[in-house]
Design a protein around this ligand. Structure first.
Ligand code: NAP
Length: 264
């Protein structure tokens, strides 16, 4: 299996690269931090030649084209594209810059979508081809103070739903994994976010566990797997009782509340 994996320098992507090479896949792993990608190569040295790395910024069209060219030249086809790279932002929409919205949309939406466009031809030549998008519980139910991130992940899910039907005739599956809070570097790499703005969640999962479940999504061709009890509860509650969910979220989102006149 030939896999192109983005966001492989930390968290879910790092664990997934290891899991895939352990299972015998050939992986082209990418991210900006070359030192981290080299650590990955070191940690998978028992499977020589299985893991290749190309560092670069995925929001750059030139880097995306370099990735597709590498797959064309070395493999002539692609079996799996995993759109995992991503970044979040926290804080009230009104107080954020327009730049924050654009940066979140660039990495969480435009980059995976445009990499996919470049990869479809390669996937058509692949074996049991699939695109796995790493979404989020927040692609199913939005929460306050993460409006840019929720918008990007909702957009990704909507785009994937459309693409799933478009590509069915070519035998390319479009799959999704929607994690909830995961103990990665995600909350240390937030876009344009004040350090006072914290995220709250009920429990968290390890990136290793999320990586194992991502492999399960691929093996079992799961359309969209939502992770964790808390994640599923939020999504179901949001569907059944949307107004009550709004009220509960309003009450619990105290960390990034807009500044009141009495606070000034
Ligand atoms: N952690 C959570 O609680 C959580 C919950 C739900 C969904 N997710 C999703 O899971 C995915 C993986 O996140 P994670 O939790 O593993 O976070 P992470 O540890 O911060 O990993 C993010 C990865 O994306 C890469 N990346 C970010 N910006 C990039 C850019 N401009 N160009 C290339 N690569 C870039 C990072 O690499 P470099 O910095 O080296 O470029 C890193 O490898 C994301 O799509 C995220 O939205 C995470």
């Amino acid at each position: 299996m030939r896999v192109l994996l983005t966001g492989a320098s930390s968290g879910i992507g790092f664990s997934l690269a290891k899991e895939l090479t352990l299972k015998g896949a050939c992986v082209l792993a990418t991210a900006r931090r070359l030192d981290r990608l080299e650590q990955l190569v070191e940690q998978t040295r028992h499977h020589p030649g299985k893991l290749n790395v190309l560092d670069g910024d995925l929001t750059s069209s030139a880097h995306r084209q370099r990735l597709a060219k590498w797959c064309q030249e070395h493999w002539g086809a692609l079996d799996v594209l995993i759109n995992n790279a991503g970044a979040g932002a926290i804080g009230p929409f009104e107080q954020a810059s327009a730049d924050r919205l654009r940066r979140v949309m660039e990495i969480d939406f435009f980059a995976p979508v445009e990499l996919t466009r470049l990869s479809i031809g390669l996937l058509r030549a692949g074996n049991r081809p699939a695109i796995l998008n790493i979404g989020s519980v927040l692609a199913h139910r939005a929460v306050p103070n993460k409006s840019e991130y929720c918008a990007a992940k909702f957009a990704l899910r909507g785009w994937a739903e459309s693409l799933r039907v478009e590509l069915a005739g070519f035998g390319i599956e479009v799959l999704m994994l929607s994690p909830s809070t995961t103990r990665s570097e995600f909350f240390d790499s937030l876009v344009d976010t004040h350090s006072d703005n914290k995220s709250r969640s009920l429990g968290s999962m390890s990136p290793e566990r999320v990586a194992q479940l991502a492999c399960r999504v691929l093996i079992q061709s799961k359309r969209d797997m939502i992770l964790s009890f808390g994640g599923k509860a939020l999504v179901i509650m949001g569907r059944l009782f949307p107004k009550l969910t709004d009220r509960l979220l309003e009450k619990t989102s105290v960390d990034s509340k807009p500044i009141q006149s009495s606070d000034r």
